[in-house]
Design a protein around this ligand. Structure first.
Ligand SMILES: Cc1cc2nc3c(=O)[nH]c(=O)nc-3n(C[C@H](O)[C@H](O)[C@H](O)COP(=O)(O)OP(=O)(O)OC[C@H]3O[C@@H](n4cnc5c(N)ncnc54)[C@H](O)[C@@H]3O)c2cc1C
Ligand code: SF4
Length: 334
């Protein structure tokens, strides 16, 4: 599958990137006339499948200020271009925010983690069996709402897209109460990561076409929590999650002092589990408590036929993985 024709833009500074984005993303040219590429591990295969045919591709890899992990005040700042390998091996992140290094280490394969960035992982397009296919394949089944068509093969009769958000690091970042910085024509804005996702398979993130993600912030208040990330995938060596769960926990005198749980790949957005903290805080973690959190995760998950595994199996695995992750996070502190 060949790449469509496009013009490559290579800014060296953030200001230059923003100027180019503003110049090429005006409404008359359509919302996708320019696409940002970081590691390219997701965008390039998608362009080969003709899911995106932008006039311009903005390669941000040479913007040095967006790369690296820095101690910032009392927390940690991660540049959007920091590779997943750098995150996986960062001593400070391993020690203070282990759920993130654990999640990063499960993404794809070592080669893809060398190229893939944290910004690209956060901004990842949603995935569906009916969408991540070649043009010929999609044409053969009449396309779908997410690209070129007017029906959904997963929820026929509906007008909404249920493609699943399938990134591994966002559930870990949600558990850590991470914030993100977005740069655009009107300056910088900072928001909690949980407000970035819309839970819609098409317009899945709150990002304008003239904006880019610049940094991720991990607060000091989320440091030193035990963390566990569990992931269901077809091939253990290289695959997107088909269900995933992150848990962070702090204990005091054997009881849970604080905890958060987030799920991925079973909804159009990664989600912090509402009510999970309440089920855990103040309790001694045992099978029954972990099972209750697993049941809550299974209730929140809305897997549909967007992947090769059945929705029923993925929902059940979210229940099982959540229970296991909660028990493991508690064990890690004994
Ligand atoms: C075989 C295979 C297996 C994979 N398995 C996994 C997996 O297990 N788990 C997983 O999470 N991912 C997986 N991926 C996807 C991908 O490798 C990772 O998600 C990676 O982190 C994407 O980062 P990137 O820098 O390569 O993103 P890119 O491909 O460069 O970009 C991805 C998307 O984000 C946008 N984008 C990138 N950076 C920014 C920015 N700073 N601001 C605004 N928008 C931006 C791009 O426009 C594009 O829409 C897999 C990919 C392949 C090919
Ligand atoms: S959920 Fe429906 S509309 Fe969305 S990508 Fe899949 S088939 Fe297309």
């Amino acid at each position: 599958m060949s790449l469509p024709q496009f013009k490559l833009l290579r800014p060296r500074t953030l200001d230059e990137a923003l100027w180019l984005l503003a110049k090429h993303s005006d409404a008359q040219r359509g919302p996708h006339s320019v696409r940002i590429v970081a590691g390219g591990t997701d965008l390039i295969p998608s362009m080969r499948q003709k899911l995106f045919e932008p006039q311009f591709v903005l390669d941000i890899r040479h913007i040095a200020e967006l790369n690296g992990i820095r101690q910032q005040g009392s927390g940690v700042e991660i540049g959007a271009l920091t590779s997943l390998t750098t995150i996986e091996h960062s001593a400070v992140l391993r020690r203070r925010y282990p759920v993130l290094t654990e999640a990063a280490a499960t993404v794809a394969s070592p080669l893809l983690r060398n190229m893939g960035t944290i910004g690209g992982n956060i901004c990842l397009d949603t995935r569906c069996l009916w969408y991540n296919q070649s043009l010929t394949w999609r044409k053969g089944c009449g396309f779908c709402i997410k690209k070129d068509g007017d029906l959904c093969h997963v929820a026929p009769g509906g007008s909404r897209c249920w493609a699943a958000f399938s990134g591994d690091t966002p559930p870990a970042l949600l558990c850590l109460n991470a914030e993100i910085e977005i740069a655009g024509a009107s300056g910088l804005r900072r928001m909690p990561l949980r407000e970035f996702y819309t839970n819609d398979g098409i317009a899945y993130r709150n990002l304008q076409s003239n904006e880019l993600l610049t940094r991720v912030f991990l607060p000091e208040s989320s440091a030193d929590y035990r963390g566990v990330y569990c992931k269901l995938r077809v091939r253990g060596s290289i695959d997107y999650p088909l269900a995933g769960v992150a848990v962070v926990m702090k204990r005091s005198n054997g009881h849970v002092a604080d905890a958060r749980v987030a799920i991925t790949a079973v909804n159009p957005a990664p989600l912090l589990l509402k009510g999970a903290s309440e089920l855990l805080i103040g309790k001694m973690v045992d099978e029954a408590v972990a099972q209750a959190v697993g049941n809550l995760a299974a209730k929140t998950a809305k897997p549909l036929t967007t992947s090769a595994l059945t929705p029923e199996y993925r929902r059940e695995m979210i229940r099982v993985f959540t229970k296991r992750a909660v028990l493991q996070a508690a064990e890690a502190q004994n």
